[in-house]
Ligand binder design. Structure first.
Ligand SMILES: *Cc1c(COP(=O)(O)O)cnc(C)c1O
Length: 374
């Protein structure tokens, strides 16, 4: 479909992605680079983004789950892919067949991978996950002696290739003390593994976007940014500080479906929660709704960029459409382009109005919305 006839689309600027990649690499010049492409590359299109990262020379990709990893392999992506999440032990064979690196933190999955690798005469690459304080996945890592023993037990199984070990920070854009406590736990465990078991890992990693930007000491062998790669600061208040000058890669756009002149006090949209007011008014109907990723919580709250200005959303956001109020001067016609978020309206602003984070609005852009690559 041509751009002129699309109802709504997400413009992805691969030049900006490349800029962010280079800027982040310059922040961590001595570390390998893993690009996080989970959740369809934060809505940007996992296959295209992965191809771009491959071309740019990234070292690794990471996804949340096996399906995401298989999609990339099926699209011909050859570079190493790490599954950050848990994979059911029953699926260990697929992990090995597809040549995917699996995060491991339980004996069950380690054993299943060991067995699957043995049956195939291959080796299963794994990265051990330790939980230094995020309290999500990983071997609890509060006592280095004990953690090291548990890690070693997982790594010692036949057929496994323990290439890496990692942890994840809970508050690297908020709390330096807590981040350093986590980091110290991680380092202590690595030291114990080496001292007691001569176990060394080629790739030790812990820095997602916030730590890539805030804590160079945590970069170690590989950095693991997600949101920053797409041009967003994990904590929007850091934007404009003397950071690396990230550029947002996505803009969500649509074309005006209709312009309506409505008589005095006419209510607009489901529930009749707002009306055009005593003078009557004009609204533009936009073909973007919550099924496209415009959260319904923005009803009567958010605005969109149209005809050179912010235009407030009036009434409830519907599944496939929303309405915005136009002033008398606005020259708007069906087919005109509107921006839901992007260069004119930062997604961070919309996220704040919606009471959420930019991450959620980016990955909410649904599969119905075609991605257009610039
Ligand atoms: C999502 C994720 C990342 C990337 O986080 P950003 O804040 O987007 O940089 C890194 N590591 C792990 C384990 C993750 O789950």
């Amino acid at each position: 479909m041509r751009l002129e006839t699309m109802r709504a689309w997400a413009e992805i600027d691969l030049g900006n992605l490349e800029h962010n990649y280079r800027a982040l690499r310059a922040c961590a010049p001595n570390s390998r680079f893993l690009g996080v492409v989970k959740a369809n590359a934060y809505g940007h299109g996992a296959v295209t983004v992965s191809r771009k990262l491959e071309e740019l020379g990234a070292d690794y990709l990471a996804v949340a789950c096996l399906n995401e990893a298989m999609e990339l392999r099926q699209a011909g992506i050859r570079m190493p892919i790490l599954i950050l999440g848990a994979t059911p032990p029953e699926l260990a064979g697929l992990v090995v067949d597809y040549g995917i690196t699996q995060t491991v933190f339980t004996p069950q999955l380690a054993q299943a991978l060991s067995r699957a690798a043995g049956e195939r005469g291959r080796r299963a690459k794994i990265h051990i996950k330790v939980d230094t304080g995020m309290s999500r996945l990983g071997l609890l890592d509060h006592e280095p002696v004990r953690t090291a023993r548990e890690v070693e037990q997982l790594c010692a199984l036949p057929g496994l290739e323990p290439e890496g070990i990692f942890t994840h920070f809970a508050n690297a854009d908020g709390d330096e003390d807590y981040t350093m406590l986590q980091f110290t736990r991680f380092l202590d465990t690595l030291e114990e593994l080496e001292a007691k078991y001569q176990r060394k890992f080629e790739i030790r990693h812990c820095a997602a976007s916030a730590a890539v930007l805030n804590y160079p000491c945590t970069h170690l062998d590989m950095v693991r940014p997600g949101v920053a790669l797409y041009g967003h600061y994990p904590d929007p208040s850091c934007e404009g500080l003397d950071g690396p000058g990230l550029l947002p890669a996505m803009a969500l756009k649509c074309r005006v479906a209709a312009v309506r002149q409505l008589p005095a006090d006419t209510p607009v949209s489901y529930g009749c929660t707002q009306s055009v007011g005593p003078e009557g008014g004009r609204v533009a109907v936009l073909p973007v709704g919550y099924a496209d990723g415009l959260h319904r919580v923005l009803s009567g709250r958010g605005s969109v960029w149209l005809a050179g200005k912010r235009r407030p959303i009036i009434g409830r956001v519907c599944m496939d459409m929303c309405m915005v109020l136009l002033d008398d001067e606005a020259r708007v016609e069906p087919g005109d382009e509107a921006e839901i978020f992007g260069g004119q309206l930062p997604v961070e602003e919309l996220a704040q109005l919606a009471g959420t984070v930019q991450y959620e609005l980016l990955c909410a852009v649904s599969s119905r919305v075609p991605r257009v690559y610039l």
